[in-house]
Design a protein around this ligand. Structure first.
Ligand SMILES: Nc1nc2c(ncn2[C@@H]2O[C@H](COP(=O)(O)OP(=O)(O)OP(=O)(O)O)[C@@H](O)[C@H]2O)c(=O)[nH]1
Ligand SMILES: [Zn+2]
Length: 327
């Protein structure tokens, strides 16, 4: 038996890396799957496992995983539709970079920040708030965001950076030690890839070739870990949105606090704001307090969110069914 780290995972197909960098295709042994009680008992990316010694270190051989070593820190999410069980996405993650944009709009919301902080802390992962695109921040906006961020995490865990100009990147790099494992969380467009490139310098451009090897994989299930030149391990979660660490509807609600505040005044709790008597939303639109376009945008986005959540719930259930089938 030898110790290895799971560096790639697609469903139950794993790549395990030995201390010397040798990579081996791996699956769990029959005895391992016999012991599995719930989905999180299976290895996930970042896990340390015990594997067979490969015959003569033949890297084309399939090796078996016999045991997953105890996890100290995990990135997890609630399984949609199931309030009690959470799903482990990655293990042994030291730091989660919670990435936001300072360029306005939905790039920063207090609600998402607090949910992400809660989620990563629950898994014993250290949150670092990264406020990116400092080069685009209006001064008033910047101060407001900073104040909120410093209330959510200790002040020294807030980094103002620009992936574009490189400002703040050296300070950001000091948030973790060489050899630690990080991951980046944030909605699309806040600059996660740009930050990785800034942290990696030239090296990640070469990494592009590696990425291409994996093209065609099912991006919502494929997870991997790669190393920056300084030895930092980065957990790559393609299709971050699809992982739904936060719920879609909650994310929409975050951006429409004004609409929700008005809707709380409707006479009926399940008011659709279309034709019910005593509808505070319709009243606010008539009086000009709420713009009709803003309300329409809210309705459109919440309908989309409901649709996405339905689909994700079904996907999670199907995955669960597959995993719990005996071999
Ligand atoms: N001005 C400015 N633009 C930036 C900065 N960081 C990223 N961008 C730009 O923002 C856009 C989105 O950046 P990405 O790095 O692709 O964002 P992402 O979070 O990886 O997005 P997804 O891959 O969709 O999750 C790109 O056009 C970047 O060039 C920054 O610090 N300043
Ligand atoms: Zn109403």
């Amino acid at each position: 038996m030898q110790k290895a780290r799971i560096v790639a995972q697609d469903h139950h197909f794993y790549t395990a890396e030995l201390a010397d960098g040798t990579r081996l295709d791996a699956r769990v042994s029959g005895a391992y799957s016999y012991r599995v009680v719930e989905a999180s008992d299976y290895p996930c990316v970042g896990d340390y496992v015990l594997i067979d010694a490969a015959p003569d270190q033949d890297t084309s051989a399939l090796v078996y995983i016999h045991e997953t070593l105890p996890r100290t820190a995990i990135l997890q999410r609630r399984r949609p539709g199931d309030r009690d069980e959470s799903q482990v996405i990655a293990a042994h993650v030291d730091v989660a970079l919670l990435v936001f944009g300072m360029d306005g709009g939905r790039a920063f919301t207090e609600g998402l920040l607090s949910r992400l902080v809660t989620t990563v802390r629950a898994g014993n992962v250290r949150p670092v708030v990264v406020l990116n695109k400092a080069d685009l921040a209006a001064p008033e906006h910047r101060d407001g965001i900073l104040e909120i961020a410093r209330a959510a995490v200790p002040e020294h865990s807030v980094c103002v950076v620009s992936a574009r100009t490189g400002a703040g990147i050296p300070e950001l790099r000091k948030q973790w030690k060489a050899g630690e494992t990080i991951c980046l969380l944030g909605i699309s467009g806040v600059g996660k890839s740009s930050l990785l490139n800034a942290l990696a310098g030239e090296a990640l451009a070469r990494e592009g070739a590696v990425r291409n090897d994996y093209k065609g994989r099912h991006t919502t299930t494929f997870r991997r870990l790669f190393s920056l030149p300084d030895g930092t391990a980065v957990i790559d979660l393609p299709g971050m949105r699809e992982l739904h660490l936060w719920s879609e509807s909650e994310a929409v609600d975050d951006s429409f606090e004004d609409v929700l505040a008005i809707a709380s005044g409707c006479r009926f709790r399940n008011c659709t704001h279309e034709h019910e008597p005593g509808c505070a939303v319709q009243r606010a639109i008539e009086s000009g307090e709420l713009q009709a376009e803003r309300f329409e945008q809210y309705q459109k986005l919440s309908a989309e969110a409901a649709f996405i959540e339905q689909r994700v719930n079904r996907f999670a259930r199907e995955a669960q069914d597959r995993q719990s089938k005996p071999r």
